[in-house]
Write a protein that binds this ligand. Structure first.
Ligand SMILES: [Mg+2]
Ligand SMILES: [Zn+2]
Length: 184
């Protein structure tokens, strides 16, 4: 069993731009590639887990999200970093039509994406961490015993002002990785 770090995507790994509907709107934070590479070298599985309700809302489709994740992987690989797997929730409980409109088990704060990743990649959730900019990112980890780090990028600076349940709050993903690497 491996230890994992579950990263939120928008506002955590890359900048929050609202519904990201064009690959040319992707903006990595300047430290993101280095932060992921540090986790790789420390032996953590690195998983991106992201709510993408824009699919349910019809703003873009699953193929677009998958293409975006291939593009993120290319940028990471160019810097010697690797995300082991990307998981996304395409659903929304009360927006959109068809099968995407459902109260699924994978939209954070529910832990379905984390549980699926753990089963497929042999990750010990209770020895893992989550990093995100929303309380629901932290809550998904708490439910499966993985402490969360709230970052102040994206929505995080606002979220920090209310109840969030995080074990630590850091300025950004690099700070979160430094905090994780200090735990033992
Ligand atoms: Mg986010
Ligand atoms: Zn879902």
């Amino acid at each position: 069993m491996k230890r994992g770090v579950f990263l939120d995507r928008d506002g955590t790994l890359i900048e929050e731009v609202g519904y990201l509907d064009r690959i040319d709107r992707v903006r990595f934070f300047p430290y993101s590639v280095d932060a992921v590479r540090l986790l790789n070298r420390a032996g953590f599985a690195v998983i991106v887990a992201t709510n993408q309700a824009g699919i349910a809302r019809g703003f873009f489709d699953e193929a677009f999200v998958e293409a975006t994740h291939r593009s993120l992987s290319d940028t990471l690989a160019a810097g010697g970093a690797r995300v082991d797997a990307f998981y996304f929730c395409p659903h929304h409980p009360d927006a959109g039509v068809g099968p995407y409109r459902q109260a699924c088990d994978c939209r954070k704060p529910r832990p379905g994406l984390l549980r699926r990743a753990a089963a497929e990649l042999y990750i010990a959730l209770r020895q893992s961490y989550v990093v995100g900019d929303r309380a629901r990112d932290i809550a998904a980890g708490t439910t499966v015993g993985a402490p969360g780090v709230l970052v102040r990028t994206g929505y995080g600076a606002r979220v920090e002002q209310s109840e969030h349940g995080a074990a630590a709050v850091t300025d950004n993903l690099m700070g979160a990785v430094a905090w994780i690497l200090r735990q033992s």
